[in-house]
Ligand binder design. Structure first.
Ligand code: NDP
Length: 333
């Protein structure tokens, strides 16, 4: 039998393994696949630093999300939401809504565990909190290493990457990838290792569209997850220097109205049409449910062009406090 015939025979089976959910699954470069839309679970900052979950708000959000057709959940050690994500998953598997293999769970290695010998114990701690025996994707959260006292750890992320591929080989995670790496850092990784990241997770929204980085990832077969997909759309979240648009921008309101959608929905649809996997966060049931309803319309070329024109290269998450690290990934101006 010719190779192509064999591939065609088995392809539908591979897809069938990942049926369910509202978002189409996209192939990863390691033969796995990822649902092209997810739920974020970072709660942002409060006056005192990291915002902590109130009651079981994250658990509820994940339950609503799975019920609404999400199959991809994004968390991280540093968010302190893994335990609630895990409880929700247990609940939804327990009540028969999904099976473990229907879900795609991402978590991330924090900066204080970049040393080679620290990676596996960190992942095992995350697995324990999640109540899972494997995750689908493990990401190096930042290229910057830090010690617990916030001084820089000069461990090279190339060493960290070797340990990431080792935990994949052990089956603790199905895929490995990176977050907040720039193109130069991705190229350096590609030169040093024969395991390519399956995923790059970076900030992507109307103000920060990163066309060059997206083109590079497309050419390299690296999928891209877009975090903070709403950027500065909501006045309550926008800093005074943040460029437009806001959610009441007349041109966006008009596009949304044409499809009987909301402005947040067309912003998410735009990213999705760029080939990005958006992971909006919400702990509000109606928003969780609304955000994923973007698969029944398509923007016109003119509308996409209008939305492209909002790109200002403006970062919502610039982590300037790490700018003296040799591995700081962003522009320093
Ligand atoms: P988002 O762009 O997802 O915005 C979240 C905010 O938007 C919340 O205040 C939420 O409110 C509100 N919101 C959500 N949907 C709607 C809607 N339809 N209408 C009005 N308001 C809405 O920001 P995040 O920074 O949280 O990014 C998303 C996820 O990306 C994170 O949760 C995290 O998982 C990931 N991330 C990864 C990073 C990395 O370094 N790899 C960095 C930052 C984020 P409410 O919850 O009250 O409904």
């Amino acid at each position: 039998m010719k190779l192509l015939t064999v591939v065609m025979l088995f392809a539908p089976m591979a897809l069938a393994l990942h049926s369910g959910g509202l978002a189409p699954w996209r192939p990863l470069n390691d033969n796995n696949s990822v649902p092209s839309f997810g739920l974020g679970t970072w709660l942002g900052f409060s006056d005192k630093g990291r915002a902590e979950p109130k009651g079981h708000e994250v658990e509820d959000a994940v339950v609503w999300a799975i019920d609404a057709g999400y199959r991809h959940i994004d968390t991280a050690h540093i968010y302190n939401t893994e335990t609630q994500v895990g409880r929700a998953i247990k609940k939804k598997i327990g009540d028969g809504t999904v099976k473990r293999e229907d879900l795609f769970v991402t978590t991330k290695l924090w900066n204080d565990a970049h040393a080679r010998e620290a990676v596996e114990p960190a992942l095992r701690r995350s697995l324990q909190k999640l109540g899972l025996d494997y995750i689908d994707l493990y990401l190096i959260h930042w290229p910057v290493g830090t010690h617990a006292n916030n001084t820089f750890d000069d461990v090279d992320y190339l060493d960290t990457w070797q340990a990431m591929t080792a935990v994949r080989d052990k089956g603790l995670t199905r895929s490995v990838g990176v977050s907040n790496f720039n193109q130069k850092q991705l190229e350096r990784l590609a030169q040093a290792s024969n395991v390519k990241p399956a995923m790059l997770q970076v900030e992507l929204n109307l103000n920060l569209q990163q066309p060059a980085l997206l083109a590079y990832c497309r050419a390299q077969g690296i999928q891209v997850t877009g975090y903070t997909p709403f950027g500065s759309l909501f006045p309550s979240k926008a800093t005074p220097d943040a460029p437009p648009p806001r959610v009441d921008d007349p041109s966006l309101v008009a596009i949304a109205g044409k499809y009987n959608k909301t402005v947040p929905q067309i912003a998410l649809r735009y990213l999705w049409e760029l080939g990005v996997t958006p992971i909006p966060k919400s702990v509000t049931r109606s928003r969780v449910e609304q955000n994923i309803q973007i698969f029944d319309f398509e923007l016109s070329a003119e509308e996409r062009q209008k939305m492209a024109s909002f790109d200002r290269g403006y970062r919502t998450i610039d982590v300037k406090w790490w700018r003296d690290s040799p591995h700081y990934p962003f522009e320093k101006n």
